[in-house]
Ligand binder design. Structure first.
Ligand code: ZN
Ligand code: ZN
Length: 249
């Protein structure tokens, strides 16, 4: 009827689906629930995913803190697979994330973290209070393959996104040399060091995949408006990235 109707509506909410807390040894000490949520509110983020390395320990603390702000927290994990690939695993419920944690725990080598070398792995409560140290080393590959990860996470009701595919370290492209076209990945994440257009040019075989960016924040000032969503997320499985979905590049 009028031109306005055919123009793209502004996003209803912004999401950032790759954020670390103090449970990740490489994250800054400021990555505490109240500060992450405060920063998300200041940025106008409606949805964040907490994705620590091989652990789900701080998700509930952030979620409790975020509920007062009406910010949705997606339970997640950045798992490190046997092939040294980082994959974002996102779930609808904390129970699904904990079920995945059990699988990862059984596959992690039983080694102790060295706080002085890698940094402390801190579990905190929703008031940023110290709860405990995670003594097991988290910055290490679990003995579970990329294929198994996708299979198990999907079976539990979650989705998998290949993290920072453009980076040399811990990327699926570096590890496998390509992306299996039949792999059930919801999207490929391009790091903020590269634009999506550059990634398409550099890796022609990613053209047909939904490509997204996230902050991969290890510091508060790295958090940002990453993904515009046109509607609330009913389920991570409804998070359709790309042309037919809610996120259009
Ligand atoms: Zn990573
Ligand atoms: Zn990360």
């Amino acid at each position: 009827m009028d031109d306005g109707a055919t123009q793209q509506a502004p996003p209803m909410l912004w999401a950032d689906l790759h954020i670390h807390t103090v449970a990740s040894p490489c994250a800054e000490i400021e990555m505490l629930p109240s500060l992450i949520v405060g920063r998300a509110a200041a940025l106008g983020l409606g949805c964040i995913a907490i994705t620590d390395h091989n652990t789900t320990a701080n998700i509930q603390a952030v979620a409790r803190c975020a509920s007062a702000y009406g910010i949705r927290v997606i339970p997640g994990m950045e798992v490190q697979t046997r092939e040294e690939v980082h994959l974002l695993c996102l779930f609808d419920t904390i129970e699904q994330a904990f079920a995945w944690q059990n699988i990862v725990d059984a596959a992690l080598p039983d080694m102790k973290n060295r706080d002085d070398v890698f940094g402390a792995q801190l579990v905190v409560d929703e008031n940023d209070g110290f709860v405990r140290l995670i003594e097991r080393m988290l910055l290490i590959a679990a003995d579970i393959s990329v294929d198994q990860t996708v299979l198990e996470v999907n079976r539990l009701g979650g989705i998998v996104i290949a993290a920072h595919i453009d980076r040399q370290a811990y990327s699926i492209i570096t590890a496998l040399g390509f992306i299996p076209p039949d792999m059930n990945l919801a999207a490929l994440e391009v790091s903020r060091a590269t634009t999506i257009a550059e990634a398409k040019k550099r890796y022609p075989f990613v053209q047909n995949w939904p490509l997204i960016t996230n902050s991969d924040a290890h510091r508060l000032d790295e958090m940002c408006r990453s993904i515009p969503l046109e509607h609330e997320i009913a389920s991570v499985r409804k998070l359709m990235f790309g042309k037919q979905g809610s996120y259009t590049l």
